[in-house]
Write a new protein. Sequence first.
Lengths: 792, 156
Amino acid sequence: MAQTATKYIGSDVPRKEDPELITGQARYADDLTLPGMLHMVLVRSPHAHATVDNVDLSHALAVDGVVAAYSGADLADEWAGPLLMAWAVTPDIKNPPHWPLTKDKVRHQGDGVAVVIATSRAAAKDGADAVVVDYTPLSVVTDMEAALADGAPLVHDDAGTNASYTWKHSTGDADAAFASAPITIKERYVIQRAIPNAMEPRAILVQPNTAMGEYTMWSSTQIPHILKVAMVVATGIAESKLRVIAPKVGGGFGAKLQVYAEEALTLLVAKKLGQPVKWTEERSENYLATHHGRDQIQEMELAADAEGHITAYRVKIWANMGAYLQIITPGTPLLGAFVYCGCYGGDSYSLECTGVFTNTTPTDAYRGAGRPEATYAIERAMDALARKVGVSPVEIRRRNFHPSSDTSFSMPAGLTIDSGHYHEVLDQALELAGYDDLLADQKARRDRGDSKQLGIGFSTYLEMCGLAPSRILKALNYAAGGWEAATVRVSATGKVTVVAGTTPHGQSHATTFAQIVADDLGVPIDDVEVVTGDTQLAPLGMDTYGSRSLAIGGIAVHRAAEKVVAKARTIAAHELEVSEEDLDYEGGTFSVKGAPDQARTIPALAWSAWTAHALPDGMEPGLDSTAVYDAQNFVWPYGTHICAVEVDTDTGRVEVVKYVAVDDVGVQVNPQIVDGQVQGGVIQGIAEALFEEAVYDEHGTLMTGSMTNYEVPAASELPSLTIGRYTTASTTNEMGFKGVGETGTIASPPAVINAVIDALSVFGVTDVPRPASPENVWRTIQQARQAEGGQQ
Amino acid sequence: MAHVSMTINGSTHEADIEPRTLLVYFIREQAGLTGTNVGCDTSTCGSCTVLVDGRSVKSCTMLALQADGRELTTIEGMAAEDGTLHALQKAFHENHGLQCGYCTPGMIMAADSLIREHEGDLTEAEVRLGLEGNLCRCTGYQNIVKSILAAAGEMR
């Protein structure tokens, strides 16, 4: 049998995913229909905070096509448990139960009050419009500081407070370091609320088989495995009777790392009615009912010696939880809690985070989840420290970088970094950016008082990803593990199936995992298929988030392939009548040392394993293997991003004129796919820095409730990036993989904002609100001009 | 109910529909062509872009009745009958112009119209401006623009 000599890892293999996506044959959840399928629509609260006094379903039930309607009270006794919250970050956390439909009180605009089920989507909508709900509006609180003030309206009366928890972490004695430090800085940053906006709204379809008590759920989710467990908790359906499938999923960005009320409702209603039920989210619902991200207030303090070498970090965070704790709402800010020290040294570290309930849509993971917020704080603070010390942003970073290292080393927050070459990556980025030319351009504009000023901003970020070692998750009191599983199966005819526990929504798992296995087994990549996202076909998995699919899932895939090779080696040695040590293995072929014509390929050995005619004594037939990998450490991508912006000081408009991203994401399997992840993430982060902001009015009404007034950017508003790369193998795993899914949104916002501030430094500006919209920038300039007495 | 008939990708599709039915739902639910996606409810995102008599239209901005008697092309009609990919489909594949793929059908249909209706060579800035009505959250647009410029070269 012919063997390929190609080494796939490291090459730009065109994506295996594409053919069905570019021809319209891919099936997302809303594309699926079943015989007898009914449509469900939710009735949502227009109020941010109100008691629900009465729900009158009679008019809805009279609508032609409506078959059923239920209020929260109607379903209250049918739940086995509330929606799963998996991260009780402190023993005394306030975690009020979150039911799929509220029965007595709504706590944010969009909170579900009733469901209407009909034979068509249109009839269900008509029915929902006919439901009459009597509300008594209550006082609303959307702002965290107002929520913590005495006498604030309580989001959850039983909790007695809007403070859900306060979590603390420290190393060394930060207070002592601050007391004796010659230089300290204290900054306050506000991270505005963001709305993830995956292009595919959520959709759910449930097929009940009431005779067998079996249920199949298709959901546009990042987490079919975790969702399955959560549905067992909510409905009491036995885990063995429930199958969850994530079909093609049109983007997630953390927003589909969630267990949603609509999933539990669709399942329960399909069970009650004994017919398939579909729910499809409209975009305006998505803005209210799919979780939001970010929304923090930060106090960031650094202590340093006279030359600006940091000795201590002291951080206080207030994180807006929204109205309920969803699956990892309280833990999301803590995912950043260890990287407020960036890639810099120091002796002590102190962090305190308070989660705050408000009458807003719940927050949870949004691409980067806690780490973009942390990176923003430290990278802004580094510039503030540079100003105080009187050195450049480049110099302050160089003075504080960890020494370059190919091996692991400890960091101030108490964890261990796998490897990194911070100076070298900065050097590469400076060269790609043409830093000296940018500085010359900036000086010329300043000298001539140009109305368009140039700013240059840096972000030399560090990311903690590859979530997560199970023992560390235990220490953080997260409810589940962080391992990942894969099965590699070689069929009788030598074709390979990879069954992976992580599930894609755009990240290219099928191509990437096929590249790994094709190299391990020495087979053509076209002979490798990848199966994901179905709890029946891939029963073991912890799903996709935290840049874990390659660094955790990819290692499981590789180890499963290695187990296959090990078994094949035993068969080869048996057939060739030599000991296993006498075999070489290269490119999928075992050959006898010194007699290379005596050889067996993996596909040939798969045939032997299938016929089982002459296997070694006691060996089980078949050539397949499963591996489960639990990492001992995180992986730690890092890099330097440099952003150059032109700020029109008359209008406040900011244009990104150059953006350079040099990232060390460890060993790359497919550089083109890595570039795509960087491009998409950086643009998402630039949009967060410049355009996007979820705004509530004083009544708790979301003012940015559609794509017409929440600015998801279009191509015309954005630059192309210049991408460089530096590769240091991770020491956490044997493949050297780190991760790339979140680097862009983690790295880019501070680079952009630091650039805007740099441009405005001619006015003495040292802070600008996020997003740096024309209005916010223009106001900042006006305030600075007034403060300086109308200069410039 | 109202009767409507239109040609989609060379085949006739007719049905009695509620007059309020949007064209995109006729395409998806009556014609069963689910490659055309719905991404918003404000005619902002462009995921539902199709060709109506050769020009790109967001199919959520039209009633199905308004398409009565007209010729439509959707993503399913872009490749040749023998399966040979359209230049845009090929370019999106070769240039990694898609990740989750949800916006891709709309992007390809909008780009087809943009390229055919544009005189002379397209620049990057013209492609970016021409795509203003189509949103993508995955790619940051860079490889979409690259794909369209590559296809434009081939389509001329």
